[in-house]
Design a protein around this ligand. Sequence first.
Ligand SMILES: [Zn+2]
Length: 248
Amino acid sequence: MSEVLDVAKKDGRWTECPSCSEIIITKKLQENMWVCPHCEFHFRIGAKQRIDLVCDEGSFTAIHLEEHDADDLGAEAEEVLWGGTATIGGSQCVLGVMEFSYKGGSMGVLLGQYIILLMKKAQQSACPLIVICASGGVRIQEGIWGLLQMLRTSNARNATRDVPMITVFTDPTTGGVSASFASLADILLAEPGARIGFAGPRVIESTMKCTLPPDFQDSEKLLANGFLDRIVHRHDLKNSLSLFLRWF
Ligand SMILES: [Zn+2]
């Protein structure tokens, strides 16, 4: 029996939940928006799937980087962040969705540029901005230029502070993204069980010479300590976003 399971897992028909170890038929998992039906574990999903889950059907129209930025790195920035306009529950918004599977959703110079462009588009069109984050932080290979994006995006957020902004933290959102524009939104939402933080637990433990509780960067802990406004189940995300958009 276990051999049959192994084959079915390998070809993707069945998937094992990393949280409760139940074996789930992948198609059922997909129908359940990649949420484990046994323990509610939220699997990581791609930007395209997220757009399909939250936007009204066919309403997403991509916004591209300006022409002088659209070289190879520009194309890469658009792989890390899917930016565009969309309607959610009939309300218009500018939406950015980060793709963690592409180089850890890292923020380099052109990604910073792209985020700023989305902020400006939202301001010009008087629409709220929603960013669904998933990132390991700044692109460290770009050195100080990568780190500077924290400053640039925070500054741009300050300059467009009349634009209502909603951040949805998904697993994981860490480093320079959580520590810059993402946390400067008006409404901070998160998926259940998402890891959100700046430095990883091992780095903190070795620097502070202490032992951290296993859940200390989980969204539930952050909500309890006032860093988040609400934890939203993936099944309710579209409805919640549409409710908030109607407020603005
Ligand atoms: Zn499970």
